[in-house]
Design a protein around this ligand. Structure first.
Ligand SMILES: Nc1ncnc2c1ncn2[C@@H]1O[C@H](COP(=O)(O)OP(=O)(O)OP(=O)(O)O)[C@@H](O)[C@H]1O
Ligand SMILES: [Mg+2]
Length: 387
């Protein structure tokens, strides 16, 4: 039975406190997304930080076929955490569905459906539900094992033939709805996928990519160089950024030119990567000075906005006004022309600016210390900017 009147396209921003998601590739209330990443790239840590800081009434976490110690960690950690929204314990509005790797396969197949059904129950009460599943690859493997035992015809990699249909009908259960009571409710779903060998062409990743609207690709290279969260800013995308209703919502609620600024920031990152590739091929003095400038401006964006310490009390969660402030600040600096005599002046200068910005990230927003760093930053920028 359909328990809601209609299911329009979602449009409201769902804050997660994670800058690389909220600023660059926003998730919306009732949206779907997935996090593919090789082993140890930080999928679980990212999902945990989303679950701790997200702007949701209920959090449902399906631990599906993952290591028991990680799940135990959740059970130990969550009851300790304070909920910034209510001032009580975070555990009071969290549900953990647990099926670790040593538990039966049939239960693993059922665990994500259980989580979704519980989510629908709360959505029908007019609540904002955030559903997380770690990892949906284990769920797909359970589907495979069941279908093989039932001697169904196997599809690619021995997954069931209808894997894409199963995945997309599951993702389709998420969404933003108008209830019969006149209220609204939503289920936002973010799953992780662990493709074997980081191969994004395998069936589970491919089918999920078709079904989910946001793609947060974790990159091994970023994880190896400790650039956490390792979400690749260039490969990742949020299709919601193309929805006119989402663009209107963001421009009205964050900043009048927000979406334009975000696209500009993405462009800076891409230009920076291109410059870096050229520098690597041609050598530091084989490229024009402007390449170093471009590269270091993108580094600044990367280190100040994208990288975030998931374990720091202040930095682990950034509210939207603060994200807006920092993005505008960095974009302003990137728009300036700096005067350098030679390429070896570029790096030390930008490292200095980056360090001041990082200090800002670690202190309370708008505190005296924060303002002190801001002043220091403006002074350093003025020193070198072309008049
Ligand atoms: N945001 C972060 N800040 C600091 N360290 C991090 C962050 N994300 C990940 N790490 C580090 O990377 C390690 C591995 O992360 P995590 O367990 O989330 O990987 P995973 O992708 O879930 O791996 P698996 O596929 O094995 O489940 C963590 O133990 C932590 O040390
Ligand atoms: Mg994990």
């Amino acid at each position: 039975i359909k328990s809601y009147v209609e299911k329009p396209r979602p449009y409201k921003l769902m804050e997660t406190g994670v800058r690389t998601l909220d600023t660059l590739n926003p998730m919306v209330e009732g949206g779907t997304g997935f996090i593919p990443g090789p082993f140890g790239a930080g999928k679980t840590v990212l999902q945990h930080s989303i679950s701790k800081n997200a702007d949701a009434d209920m959090i449902i976490f399906a631990a599906c076929g993952e290591r028991a110690n990680e799940v135990v960690e959740m059970f130990v950690e969550f009851p300790e955490l304070d909920d910034p929204r209510t001032g009580r314990k975070l555990m009071e509005r969290t549900i953990i569905i647990c099926n670790t790797s040593n538990m039966p396969v049939a239960a693993r197949e059922a665990s994500v459906y259980t989580a979704m059904t519980i989510g629908e129950y709360y959505r029908n009460m007019g609540l904002k539900v955030l559903l997380l599943a770690d990892s949906t690859s284990r769920w797909a493997q359970a589907l495979r094992e069941m279908s093989n035992r039932m001697e169904e015809l196997p599809g690619p990699d021995a997954f069931p033939m209808d894997l894409p249909a199963i995945v997309s009908s599951f993702y389709a259960r998420a969404g933003f709805v108008h209830l019969r009571s006149g209220e609204t409710g939503s289920i936002t779903f973010i799953g992780t996928v662990s493709p074997a060998g980081g191969n994004l062409k395998e069936p589970v990743t491919e089918s999920t990519k078709k079904a989910a609207r946001c793609f947060y690709a974790l990159s091994q290279a970023r994880a190896d160089s400790k650039r956490y969260p390792a979400v690749d800013p260039i490969d990742s995308y949020s299709k919601y950024l193309e929805y006119p209703e989402v663009i209107d919502y963001l421009n009205q609620n964050v900043h009048p030119t927000w979406v334009e600024d975000v696209l500009h920031a993405k462009d800076l990152l891409l230009r920076g990567r291109e410059a870096q590739e050229q520098i690597n091929i041609l050598g530091d003095d084989g490229v024009p000075l402007s390449y170093h400038d471009k590269y270091w401006k993108s580094e600044m964006m990367d280190r100040v906005i994208l990288q975030q310490d998931g374990f720091d009390a202040v930095d682990s969660s950034t509210p939207m006004p603060r994200q807006k402030f920092m993005l505008e600040l960095i974009l302003d600096i990137c728009a300036k022309d700096f005067v350098f005599e030679s390429y070896d002046e570029v790096m030390p200068y930008f490292v200095k600016l980056i360090n001041i910005c990082k200090q800002m990230n670690y202190v309370e927003f708008d505190s005296d210390k924060f303002k002190g760093y801001e002043e220091e930053l403006h002074k350093a920028v003025d020193e070198r900017s072309a008049k």
